[in-house]
Design a protein around this ligand. Structure first.
Ligand SMILES: Nc1ncnc2c1ncn2[C@@H]1O[C@H](COP(=O)(O)OP(=O)(O)OP(=O)(O)O)[C@@H](O)[C@H]1O
Ligand SMILES: [Mg+2]
Length: 173
């Protein structure tokens, strides 16, 4: 819980759209967060009234890259853990499995989880992952970034690792 609180503070300070941390109660095992007015991406993608999701997924890709550029991997990037505010902006939540990382593999795995979730839960949104990847690569944070513990791999390197992870999974079943 303290690790989650620490990461939330670090991300908030870096300008990333995460809920503000209002209180942390160690005795009660409780974090109090700002309430995000919106709905999880899983609901938005299931809403047949929402037709053009490409710009939204592009924005999700940019947000994930912004996260990665802070040397943070999420660890559980499902469409339940990405909130879309009523104004359309992206907020990342649930940093219970997040950690500070410099190893390319963990970055690739973050994207691979999204790839699998989008394929499995949203098969009717075929271009979803491609739009997300394009946003990841177009992010202002796409380059290799320096963080206190080392260098964060570039967006291009992470996407390269994602395709390696994909083919490994295909090969081994
Ligand atoms: N700050 C928030 N504002 C609005 N809704 C939220 C917020 N945080 C979480 N939610 C809603 O609650 C759901 C569960 O929250 P979260 O993902 O943090 O918990 P969890 O998946 O149960 O966590 P864990 O597995 O780490 O215990 C989210 O999918 C989202 O719908
Ligand atoms: Mg969750």
């Amino acid at each position: 819980m303290l690790a989650e609180a620490r990461i939330l503070l670090r991300l908030h300070r870096s300008g990333l759209p995460v809920p503000a941390l209002l209180d942390a109660d160690v005795d009660e095992d409780r974090l109090v967060l700002e309430h995000v007015d919106g709905r999880p991406l899983i609901e938005v993608l299931r809403d047949t009234a929402v037709t053009d999701v490409e710009p939204l997924l592009h924005a999700v890709g940019r947000a994930v890259r912004h996260l990665h550029a802070q040397a943070v991997t999420h660890g559980d990037l499902s469409t339940n853990n990405i909130m879309i505010r009523d104004n359309g902006s992206v907020v990342l939540i649930d940093f219970g499995l997040a950690s500070i990382e410099y190893d390319l593999e963990r970055y690739g795995i973050d994207l691979h989880v999204l790839d699998e979730v989008l394929g499995a839960s949203h098969p009717d949104r075929p271009g979803a992952m491609a739009a997300l990847e394009a946003g990841y690569l177009d992010s202002e944070h796409a380059g290799e970034a320096e963080a206190p513990g080392g260098m964060v791999p570039s967006a291009a390197d992470v996407l390269g690792r994602l395709s390696q992870v994909r083919s490994r999974v295909r090969y081994h079943g």
